[in-house]
Design a protein around this ligand. Structure first.
Ligand SMILES: Nc1ncnc2c1ncn2[C@@H]1O[C@H](COP(=O)(O)OP(=O)(O)O)[C@@H](O)[C@H]1O
Ligand SMILES: [Mg+2]
Length: 320
């Protein structure tokens, strides 16, 4: 069943004419929680929007300006909710919201985030520490339950999946990579890579075959019988990429993969992830505060205080 976002109350809706960026900007800005937010979301007449340095950096990096994507206003959320499903749509977030705490401690960490990811896209969600990147990725991975909003995978509502389906999604539908590698120290490198196959009950020979194939992609076959603590950080992260890919998932979700790496190891991981997109046509969502990934993305969202802004150029997909 479709469980798309509820229509916003009328007074919170943005006037019709704001929907197109070609139209004059509103002189009376829509209600937002703070002036700073309003300044970010809408360029008031005759004024440049305030950009924080990180946002300025991404704009410079991409050679294009940023515009509102979503965040408590309704327009873009409704557009995303109403956009018809097409065969190449892999993933959709609709008005995704996550709050922690209650009463005075209530803290909305993700504030109505909406976007669609299509086959072959490499989407980067870029923003400063504490902006909600990991929380958002955990929501996308189904590791945390949203307070409001909806995730759809291939047009299927995540909330409607059975426990078995969710387990299957984690095991086979999605490959996860984290900053801290999350390898099991008591298993060898190949056993770590093959771990998802073991959970799936695959026979030993198949597990070994597939693990070595995955390790070969990252030049790590010679380390198959080593233990993770015998490897450098960069090698461990590439092992964790191998583990994420061993099931040939249709979506890779990656959180700050170079956060624990020196710059040389980091560079190799950046290149490997780009190769997975360009050469293998993998669909990737990566969250990071590191600008080194940005040139490789097909689309960049900037995240600040749980709100997404996107580049103007939608769906810029490089030939794979
Ligand atoms: N389980 C939690 N309980 C309460 N607050 C949380 C929890 N997880 C994250 N937060 C808060 O959400 C905000 C965003 O955190 P996070 O998603 O880790 O940001 P980032 O990955 O961009 O650094 C932070 O202010 C953090 O304190
Ligand atoms: Mg984080």
């Amino acid at each position: 069943m479709l469980k798309l976002v509820q229509p916003q109350p009328k007074e919170e809706r943005v006037p019709e004419e704001v929907k197109s960026t070609e139209q004059p900007q509103p002189t009376t800005p829509v209600q937002t929680s703070t002036d700073a937010e309003a300044a970010l979301l809408f360029q008031r007449e005759g004024e440049e929007p305030e950009l924080d340095p990180l946002m300025q950096a991404i704009q410079d990096e991409m050679g294009q300006s940023l515009s509102p994507s979503s965040g408590g206003i309704g327009v873009v959320q409704d557009e995303i909710a109403l956009t018809p499903f097409e065969q190449n749509e892999v993933f959709r977030a609709v008005n995704l919201t996550k709050a922690y705490g209650e009463g005075a401690a209530y803290n909305e960490v993700i504030k109505g985030v909406s976007f669609i990811v299509r086959e072959g896209e490499y989407v980067i969600i870029y923003g400063p520490s504490g902006s909600g990147k990991s929380t958002l990725l955990h929501l996308l991975a189904g590791l945390e339950v949203p307070t409001r909003g909806e995730i759809r995978i291939r047009n299927q509502a995540f909330s409607a999946l059975s426990e078995d389906d969710i387990a299957l999604y984690h095991r086979e539908g999605v490959g996860l990579v984290f900053q801290s590698f999350n390898l099991l120290d008591s298993l060898t490198v190949w056993e770590n890579v093959a771990f998802p196959l073991m959970l799936a009950g695959a026979p030993l020979e198949w597990r070994q075959h597939e693990a070595l194939k995955a390790l070969d992609q990252f030049g790590l076959v010679d380390f198959a019988n080593h233990y993770p603590n015998q490897l450098s950080g960069g090698q461990q992260q590439r092992v964790s990429l191998g583990r994420a890919l061993v099931h040939d998932p249709e979506l890779l979700l990656i959180d700050e993969p170079t956060g624990n790496l020196d710059s040389r190891s980091a560079d190799l991981v950046v290149q490997e992830i780009s190769r997975l997109h360009k050469q293998e046509g993998r669909t990737i969502i990566l969250v990071t505060h590191s600008p080194v990934f940005l040139p490789y993305a097909t689309r960049v969202f900037y995240i600040r205080d749980g709100t997404l802004l996107t580049s103007n150029e939608q769906n810029r997909i490089d030939p794979v």
